[in-house]
Design a protein around this ligand. Structure first.
Ligand code: KG4
Ligand code: ZN
Length: 363
């Protein structure tokens, strides 16, 4: 592994011609993820989750998540190193989530990454969590073609990105104006009396229901929305429509057909996400679509995207579910892409940014 000296921060710049071993650290929410990537190859991915500690509160409690990251960091790192048969001294570069996410949890990961960078004398790269959700697909399905569309859907984001280069060429075509897709599922889950997080529970229920039983609204799809919001999403009106429908039934003393409500709601979300995304692919002449983020575990979205992409001649790439939810591999993958392009490392005092813009891949 060769190093070139002389970055603005004083840290060495890695030689982009070689295949460095990149450690990825992810702590933006409730998962502590540590992974090792060399080039496009994932050596190991180790994840610890504190979700069980949040479930009884019905949402992520940042203080609890921060403490859990602190406790899980060293053992998760050790598991990754041992699993890959790698020593700390073998690591060539350290990538860490700099944002967006929860400030406390992000700070724990960034502090660990800074300590490792200083202790090992290796460069540090603070990277964007949301872009990482798209980048991880390169580990599974191989390097991206020249131009891909990426739909990143999670508990915090629903973003449509035109990707000419995963590090230097991201254009944000649209995003959610209110609730993210996963957030809408979690809120509807709560109103249907399901445990937190509601997303996977609605997914399971929906498989037993009729997606056409109730015609729920499709947000921002009216002709008047085409000019300003063709590729933006809004799920808060849909969530309210589900609440009104359920209340009306309850007031009339009728039973709630939970599976049909879940199926009809899930169909409305999947319909809007896939229709807008495929329209964007056609408008921008893109024939490869990557879907990532925790919500891309959703089976209604996966099925509708597969059917509509096949009909439109679009090559669909969705990583396996364990790489859709938060993990260290996504950060190591994006870090490896940054290193390959020979960009200078982040400063050792890199700040975390809870609302890091999606056009900024590297701090
Ligand atoms: O990316 P992620 O792990 O964390 C964030 O960065 O937000 O996404 C978590 C979100 C949660 O809202 C969760 O309910 C949702 O993804 N989710 C699902 C499914 N699995 C996870 N939503 C619907 N169906 C699923 N199968
Ligand atoms: Zn995420």
């Amino acid at each position: 592994m060769s190093l070139c000296a002389g970055s603005p921060s004083g840290a060495p710049i890695l030689n982009p011609m070689s295949e460095p071993l990149v450690l990825g650290i992810e702590t933006s929410c409730d998962e502590t993820g540590v992974a090792l990537v060399r080039g496009h190859e994932l050596l190991i991915d180790s994840v610890a989750s504190s979700m069980d500690e949040h479930a009884r509160f019905g949402g992520i409690i940042p203080e609890i998540a921060s403490r859990a990251h602190l406790e899980a960091m060293a053992p998760t790192l050790r598991r990754a190193l041992d699993g890959a048969g790698v020593e700390l001294g073998d690591i060539d570069a350290i990538a860490v989530t700099a944002g967006p996410g929860l400030v406390g949890p992000l700070t724990v990961g960034a502090s660990a990454a800074k300590a490792l960078a200083v202790g090992l004398g290796k460069p540090l790269y603070g990277v964007n969590h949301v872009i990482g959700h798209a980048a991880v697909d390169e580990l599974v399905d191989g390097p991206f073609p020249d131009r891909v569309m990426a739909l990143v859907v999670s508990g915090g984001h629903s973003s449509l990105l035109l990707v000419d280069d995963i590090v230097t060429g991201i254009t944000e075509l649209g995003s959610t104006l209110d609730d993210a897709a996963g957030e809408a599922f979690d809120k509807v889950g709560r109103l249907l009396g399901l445990p937190y997080p509601g997303g996977p529970h609605i997914d399971r229920l929906a498989r037993e229901g009729d997606p056409e039983a109730i015609r729920f609204p499709r947000g921002l799809t009216a002709p008047k929305d085409q000019a300003a919001h063709a590729y933006d999403f809004s799920f808060s009106g849909l969530k309210t429509a589900v609440a009104r429908w359920v209340e009306a039934r309850q007031d009339a003393g009728q039973e709630i057909p939970l599976a049909d409500v879940a199926a009809s709601f899930a169909a409305a979300v999947a319909d809007v996400l896939t229709a807008k995304t495929i329209a964007a692919c056609q408008r921008h002449d893109v024939s490869t679509l990557v879907i990532g983020g925790g919500f891309s575990a959703n089976s209604q979205l996966r099925e509708m995207a597969a059917a509509r992409c096949a009909a439109a001649g679009i090559d669909l790439r969705i990583p396996p579910i364990r790489y859709c939810t938060d993990n260290g591999a996504m950060i190591a993958a994006l870090g490896a892409a940054v290193v390959r392009r020979g960009l200078p490392p982040s400063p050792l005092d890199l700040p975390v940014d809870s609302s890091m813009p999606l056009t900024q891949v590297l701090v």
